[in-house]
Ligand binder design. Structure first.
Ligand code: FPP
Length: 280
């Protein structure tokens, strides 16, 4: 039905899950899927008179704290924006540091993540990645594919517009091959052609460092996400910072274009300015 997003966005209706110590009160509501733009590594380093690279190194420690804290909190999906399709514009020395940090992280942490029951998925464009990076990314997915703990989604060489264009191309190819009717392309069909196929949409998108931009991160999937912008720089991220973001999320009322829980079902109340003044 028009306006029904449930088909393409499995996370909407199932977006809430009770925390382990929840007790069912609204404040204990947890996002099922948290996505994070890890920003501020460079500033963290320059404020200390250190090279930017040191900020990225400390950023990996923050990744470890974030993964642990999210899994302990009972988050189902955690997506981390590790390297954007636009990050290639950085100086080649910084790009190679980021690549080697990722490689080192996978080599040192993959077994621990696997033992913790974490399932890893990679999103982003794999074309043009070096063979060693590609191999490691594939190894992460294969090694952990049968796990049923938190899903850790690593967005690597990821750009949302590029992902949407790739999905459109895949569908166009199926139409050209005669295996897909153009009329069958709806939100659910399109979502299934994205890198995130089968995952719930993010309920909460966190960006650290005080910047308030989306930066080409999950634009399709975050159509109804709640955004929380934190002043903390990424290398300072820890369990307490995550708890602050989750508390802010729990205070939000999500309406998905409807009227929300404040309006009785079947009510004739419409979205008039007076209704909005009254807090609707
Ligand atoms: C943004 O900080 C951060 C990045 C572009 C890279 C994020 C990467 C990591 C945290 C390490 C590798 C990731 C994994 C999953 C092991 P910035 O450099 O843009 O900071 P600035 O805005 O202060 O310059």
């Amino acid at each position: 039905m028009p306006g029904d997003h449930s088909a393409s966005t499995a996370g909407h209706e199932g977006g809430w899950q009770e925390s382990k110590d929840g007790g069912g009160c609204p404040q204990a509501r947890l996002p099922r899927h948290v996505a994070v733009i890890m920003d501020g590594n460079g500033r963290w380093a320059s404020r200390r008179g250190l090279p930017r690279v040191e900020g990225h190194r400390q950023g990996v420690e923050a990744v470890r704290r974030c993964v642990r804290a999210a899994a302990e909190a009972g988050i189902g999906y955690l997506t981390l924006y590790a390297f954007s399709a636009e990050n290639w514009r950085r100086p080649s020395t910084e790009v190679s540091v980021l690549m080697s940090l990722l490689k080192r992280y996978v080599r040192s942490d993959l077994e621990k993540l696997h033992e913790a029951g974490i399932r890893i998925r990679i999103i982003g464009d794999r074309d043009g990645l070096s063979a060693d990076i590609l191999g490691l990314l594939q190894e992460c997915e294969t090694r952990t594919r049968d796990n049923n703990g938190m899903t850790l989604v690593v967005a690597f060489n990821y750009g949302g517009r590029q992902e949407i264009a790739r999905a459109a191309r895949r569908l166009a190819e199926r139409v050209a091959a005669g295996t897909l009717e153009p009329g069958a392309i709806d939100e659910a069909c399109f979502a299934a052609a994205l890198d995130t196929a089968g995952m719930p949409d993010p309920d909460l998108v966190i960006r650290t460092s005080g910047e308030q931009r989306v930066s080409n991160f999950l634009p399709w999937q975050s159509a109804y996400a709640e955004y929380v912008f934190l002043p903390d720089l990424w290398p300072d991220f820890n369990e307490a910072v995550l708890a602050r973001a989750l508390a802010e999320y729990a205070r939000r009322e999500r309406r998905f274009g409807g009227l929300g829980s404040g309006v009785p079902e079947g009510s004739s109340v419409v979205d008039t300015p007076r209704y909005r003044e009254a807090g609707g």
